[in-house]
Design a protein around this ligand. Structure first.
Ligand code: SF4
Length: 305
């Protein structure tokens, strides 16, 4: 079961780098950016704010950053949206869980900044990545950002667990070039233990992406004693292999870099005594994916970028 959480951080009621040939180095655990510096915070009052959030004009943003060789190909502007329905035991960013903890930022504010980097994106094959938290907690805002990016000719990527895939409209998918899909466990019991939520919505979203012809990179975090059972890994590999548009799999070694945030938030961190996987454990997990013919990357050092 997930760590015990204070009420203010409890999940909302049901969900209403190893470099490969792409030159992309996957972080073993993605940390959110430094904040919303350089983005103007909206002055909208509460009632107006809610209406504008529903329309997607305004979003709750945890942070953003400009990165190279993480979160997708090339140099990318990654925006971390606030709010997440999962409570992963190994979460590196528990400060993104609550939507109300983010800053209200106009979609146009983000798109204006994105516009400044268009030449960089074009030169590096980069673009916009929406991450979190869970990007699909704010589908209208995400849709507006994706549409704005595509209108500029900018490559787009979603970094998501897929748990809220049903909130992603077909129109929104039309504006998505690549999805980094986290499959956090291969079987239902392990998935619920790791995230507190069922696995089926993630798998359904993967199938929908394939049917829509959207490229997918699957990410799996290897946590000794939690997700490293060979049977669980085999099932993750089978789920990944079933996605017809899968391009690669990243096996990301668990590490302790998120622990300070759990401590700062007063959360009960369940993985205090868990060591990162050894190189041998990581290699064995990768081999399980390769046996199904899947291209595998990751970071055997277990160190984030
Ligand atoms: S989905 Fe991501 S942000 Fe949400 S709890 Fe899991 S690791 Fe943290």
């Amino acid at each position: 079961m997930p760590a015990t959480l204070p009420d203010r951080l409890a999940a909302p009621a049901a969900a209403d780098a190893t470099t490969l040939d792409q030159g992309f180095a996957a972080p073993s655990g993605r940390r959110s950016g430094a904040g919303t510096a350089a983005l103007a915070v909206s002055e909208a009052q509460r009632s107006e704010r809610l209406a504008r959030m529903r329309a997607g004009e305004l979003g709750s943003v945890h942070s953003w950053e400009l990165v190279t060789a993480v979160d997708g190909p090339g140099t990318r502007m990654t925006v971390f949206l606030a709010g997440c329905p999962l409570r992963c035991l190994y979460c590196h960013n528990p400060d993104t869980w609550q939507m109300r903890a983010g800053e209200p930022i106009e979609a146009q504010e983000i798109l204006a900044r994105l516009r400044r980097y268009r030449k960089v994106f074009a030169a590096t094959g980069g673009g916009l990545t929406l991450s979190g938290g869970e990007v699909l907690m704010q589908p209208a805002f995400a849709a507006r950002l994706l549409a704005g990016a595509k209108a500029m000719g900018v490559h787009t990527c979603l970094d998501t667990s897929g748990y809220l895939g049903a909130a992603c409209t077909d129109e929104m998918l039309d504006d998505v070039d690549l999805v980094l899909l986290d499959i956090k466990a291969g079987d239902e019991q392990t998935h619920r233990r790791v995230t507190g939520r069922p696995l089926a919505p993630t798998l359904a979203f993967g199938q929908r992406l394939a049917a829509a012809g959207i490229r997918v990179w699957v990410r799996f975090v290897l946590v000794p004693g939690v997700t490293d059972d060979p049977d669980n890994i085999r099932k993750v590999a089978e789920h990944a292999a079933a996605i017809g548009t899968l391009e690669r799999v990243e096996v990301l070694p668990f590490h302790q870099m998120g622990r300070d945030k759990w401590d700062a938030l007063g959360l009960d961190y369940a993985l205090t005594d868990v060591a990162p996987p050894t190189d041998e454990q990581w290699s064995a997990a990768c081999e399980q994916f390769r046996r199904l013919g899947l291209p595998v990357g990751g970071n055997p050092a277990g160190v984030s970028r």
